[in-house]
Design a protein around this ligand. Structure first.
Ligand SMILES: [Zn+2]
Length: 481
């Protein structure tokens, strides 16, 4: 499953092959599939019930990273398709982990007559923070008791309390001006691109006065067509991140003012739309502590010499400060930090404010890499990814059984959610009832590369592994060997 999803290499909202393949496995195993949930064509919720009992949801992401195409098991930059997307975040491994755990637990539930319901779901377009706030808004978690989320990492770990990193709002600002011949009659033009550039200048002045925990970044999504036409349309797209909801909304309001100012300066019109959202994450203490007991029982995988050789070579290749290969010691359970730490976001945050949630992190990747990069794809269709996800599946299966067999844990998890977590903040969605998921994103890029990627789709009926299909000797450490 991990190799198959790796080979599909699908960007957010375009996960058609991945979604079809994964949901079919569940369908064949007796799950009922609801497709196209929350208005997202590639989204689905799969449900199997063995009678009245705890309802446990298992989620993980499935989308990949632009321009991260990379041969697995090869310790230097070698794209499979130059410029194409690739699994440079490792999102190809989480749903396979969940399916492995769910099918094992399902067998036990049937054999031992254990009551309860399993719900599996994909985090669509996680890199765009594009689905989970919509799932939450549209009621998909209303009947869920507990959510276990899984995310690739380089250790087997879990945390509770406010997670490291931030929440965010993702906003695209569009300016509307007037076209003109850039040389013949520039005085008749009003440049939308000038407005977008001035907004960026304004925001970069603002940046000096932001608290260091806040982070923001942008790209131009429309910067005109050609120099001799005054751009009548231009768009700039921002992620605004902070560790609290209030801080995120403050940045959003400031950005709106700067956008209005840029429109005023250039005599253009401005509109904006929210294209993604993620609440800062808060994880459940009761479930995390139970899960950590299981983590200690399972421990880290036995890495082979080949696994370690690959990991060390990749760390060297990207000048990582970490040079000792794959982790061989479990990290302690994550507890609330005395001082919050800034960083990335995940829209599981929205789910974590709806039902008691934890994220199980499992060791399918190499530590010390920069993330969202071709190097993060290297391990993701090798024994490192397979062993890491299998360890994670064991921990997840054990934790599901704990929750099914000791319903008091579910009650205690809700007590923590209501009496401790909800004292800290009150969930207010960042998206309104009218905001639609931006399912058009990435369509053009996938259209450009899908045919080239199809030649590399993994054929599990012919080969035992993707490495075998690609003819890669594992590990390949040096060019031209
Ligand atoms: Zn991720």
């Amino acid at each position: 499953m991990i190799d198959k999803i790796f080979s599909f290499s699908e960007l957010g909202f375009q996960e058609t092959e991945s979604s079809k393949y994964l949901s079919q496995i569940l369908e064949k195993n007796g799950f009922q599939i609801e497709k196209g949930v929350a208005g997202i064509p590639t989204a689905w919720f799969a449900k199997w019930s063995n009678g009245k009992g705890p309802v446990i949801a298992l989620g993980s992401d499935v989308d990949c990273i632009p321009k991260a195409s990379q041969y697995p098991g090869v310790a230097y930059h070698k794209p499979m398709v130059d410029g194409a997307p690739g699994h440079g975040e490792g999102h190809n491994s989480g749903i396979p982990l969940n399916i492995t755990a769910a099918l094992a637990v399902k067998q036990l539930m049937e054999r031992e007559d254990i009551k309860g319901t399993l719900v599996l779901w994909p985090g669509i377009a996680e890199e765009l923070l594009g689905s989970k706030a919509w799932y939450t808004r549209d009621g998909l978690f209303d009947d869920i008791d507990v959510c276990i989320f899984t995310h690739v990492s380089s250790n087997l770990s879990v945390s509770w309390g406010q997670a490291r990193g931030t929440g965010l709002i993702s906003v695209e600002y569009t300016f509307d001006g007037e076209a003109a011949h850039s040389a013949g009659s520039p005085w008749r033009g009003r440049s939308a691109l000038d407005a977008a550039e001035l907004m960026n200048v304004g925001w970069n002045y603002k940046r000096e006065h932001l608290h260091p925990l806040k982070r923001s970044h942008s790209i131009f999504t429309d910067a005109g067509d050609q120099p001799n036409v005054v751009p009548s349309k231009a768009s700039i797209w921002y992620y605004f991140r902070d560790i609290t909801y209030e801080g995120i909304i403050e940045m959003y309001n400031d950005a709106n003012n700067i956008a209005k100012g840029a429109a005023l300066m250039t005599d253009t019109a401005m509109t904006s739309k929210i294209v993604g959202a993620a609440w800062p994450r808060h994880f459940n203490k009761i479930i995390a502590e139970q899960m950590y007991e299981n983590i200690q029982q399972i421990g880290l995988p036995q890495w082979s010499n080949e696994d370690q050789m690959l990991a060390k070579a990749v760390q060297k290749e990207v000048n990582s400060k970490k040079t000792d290969g794959l982790n061989t010691k479990l990290s302690p359970i994550g507890i609330p930090l005395k001082r919050p730490v800034s960083g990335g976001s995940d829209d599981i945050g929205d789910v974590s404010w709806k039902v008691p949630t934890v994220t199980l992190r499992y060791p399918s990747n190499i530590p010390g890499l920069q993330g969202h990069h071709w190097s993060n794809a290297i391990a993701m269709a090798t024994p490192v990814a397979h062993k890491g996800a299998t360890s994670g599946a064991k921990v997840e299966a054990m934790t599901i059984l704990d929750l099914l067999l000791k319903p008091i844990l579910v009650e205690q998890a809700w007590n923590y959610f209501n009496d401790v977590q909800s004292k800290e903040a009150k969930y207010k969605p960042m998206i309104s009832a009218d905001d639609k998921p931006p399912i058009y994103l990435n369509k053009d890029i996938m259209n450009q590369y899908r045919e080239k990627l199809e030649q590399f789709y993994y054929d599990e009926n012919k080969y035992d592994s993707y490495l075998e299909q690609l003819g890669i000797s594992y590990p390949t450490l040096k060019k031209n060997n």
